[in-house]
Structure formats: C-alpha cells, structure tokens
Design a protein around this ligand. Structure first.
Ligand code: 13P
Length: 251
C-alpha cells in the first residue's frame, strides 16, 4: 500500500520570514492529518529556518534542485551534503528547470544518483508540453524521460524515488488534467515504464504524484484514482487553504 504524498513546491516565492510565518499558521492543522506524507519545498534560503519551524511535526522538507558534484568550482550551485542537515527530499528535473535553466535528462540522472547517495529522496519530474500532447506524443516522450532519468539504477534504488507527472500545459494554468487522463498516463506510461525497466513489483512500490493546477476543489477527485499517489502542488501550496487540499487528498 503506497502512502499518498503531497509536496508543496513554492518555486521562487516567500522570503525566509514569510515562509516561517506561513508554516506557523498551517503546521498544527497539517500535522493532525493522518494517512498522508506532507512536505514543503521552499527556496533554498528559507530551508534552515523552516527546518526549525517544522521540528516536532511530521512535515518534511525538500529543496527544489541541487547539483550532483560534492563540492568545487560550481558558482551558484548547492551540493547534496549542504541539504542533508535540513532536507529529506529534493525535486529534480522540474519542467521549469528543464525549460529555463538547461536541465537535461543526463543531468537529472546524475542528480538522482547523488541524491540517493546522500540519503535524499528525489522527486523526479516528467511531463509533456501542450504541443507534444496535441501531437499524440505524450506516451513516447514521458516514457523516454522516465527511462533516461532512471537508467542504470537498481530496483531497490528505484523504489525509493518519487516521480511527479506534471503535464506542462497544466502547470500554473488552471487547466487540470482530469483524474482519468492523469491516471492513465501515470498508470500506463509512467508506472508501465518503471515496470518494464525494474519489474512489476518495484513499479507497484514507486509513488507517482500528479502536478498541475491541483487545488482544494479537485484534489479529492485526482487522488481518488488508484494510480495517483499524491500531488506536487505549486500555487495552491502557498495559501492557508493548502490544509484543506491535503485533507481532501486523503481517500
Ligand atoms: P501549479 O500547482 O501552480 O500548477 O504548479 C505545479 C507545479 O509545477 C508543481 O511543481
């Protein structure tokens, strides 16, 4: 049985002070929701303060990116060991990083390896563009992203990872995939590709989230699909109504 996992990806929002104020407002209510794993992924600079503010709760913390090298001349980057004192998770290969910051499948693969080596759980993002979706290329493209991301890993390593299927056309647009649409891609394409690489048993262990305009009002329908194991939530994770979204996700 896979425990649902709801993670808030704050993207480039909230200063450290704003992050702490927000978490103080919602942590008690979130901590009382059973049957779901919860994490916030704030900007780097808010991470240490949030680690403090979340102490004693079950709410986890993740980074939105990291580099795969241990240290060295990589201006502007953070190494896995800089995150591990504070974080349990790291988002890797988000479509915004792929689109604006040159993230490649090969880089994502290296980052997953580095994250696992340091005991961080990667949340690996995949998803097609509107053009690819309309051209009927979703299955091949997303399956290819999964294959490239997890090439060379063992089944045990795969089972630790979380995958987030985020169709780019649904991110920040208010246009959500239906539960049937998202469930189909997640079940057949994402889980199916994991099964073909690592076997059915491993595929059944991997948690696969949906992301893209998840709101309090559509969370229950999406999470009600047996193949959707949670959500990676952008905009709606910045609001106090995130508590309601998480509550509605527990099915
Ligand atoms: P929105 O929930 O704002 O559409 O963002 C989704 C996302 O990209 C989470 O990583």
């Amino acid at each position: 049985m896979r425990t649902p996992f709801i993670a808030g990806n704050w993207k480039m929002n909230k200063t450290a002070d704003e992050a702490v104020a927000f978490v103080r407002e919602v942590r008690h209510a979130l901590n009382q929701i059973e049957g779901v794993d919860i994490a916030f992924c704030p900007p780097y600079l808010a991470i240490p303060a949030l680690a403090d503010a979340l102490k004693g709760t079950k709410i986890g913390l993740g980074a939105q990116n990291m580099y795969f090298e241990e240290s060295g001349a990589y201006t502007g980057e953070l190494a896995p060991s800089m995150l591990t004192p504070f974080c349990q998770y790291v988002i890797l290969g988000h479509s915004e990083r792929r689109a604006y910051f040159g993230e490649t499948d090969e880089g994502v693969n290296k980052k997953i390896r580095a994250a696992l080596k340091h005991g961080l759980t990667p949340i690996v993002c995949v998803g097609e563009s509107l053009e690819q979706n309309e051209a009927g290329e979703t299955h091949d493209f997303v399956s290819g992203q999964v294959r490239a991301a997890f090439a060379g890993f063992t089944a045990v390593e795969m089972a630790i990872c979380v995958i987030a299927y985020e169709p780019i056309w649904a991110i920040g647009t208010g246009r959500t995939a239906t539960a049937a649409q998202a469930g189909q891609i997640i079940g057949v394409t994402v889980r199916g590709t994991v099964a073909s690489m690592f076997g059915e048993e491993t595929a059944q262990q991997v948690r696969i989230q949906y992301g893209g305009s998840v709101k309090p009002g559509n969370a229950a329908e999406l999470m009600g699909h047996p193949d959707i194991d949670g959500a990676l939530v952008g905009g709606a994770s910045l609001q106090p109504s995130f508590v309601e979204l998480v509550r509605n996700s527990v099915v």
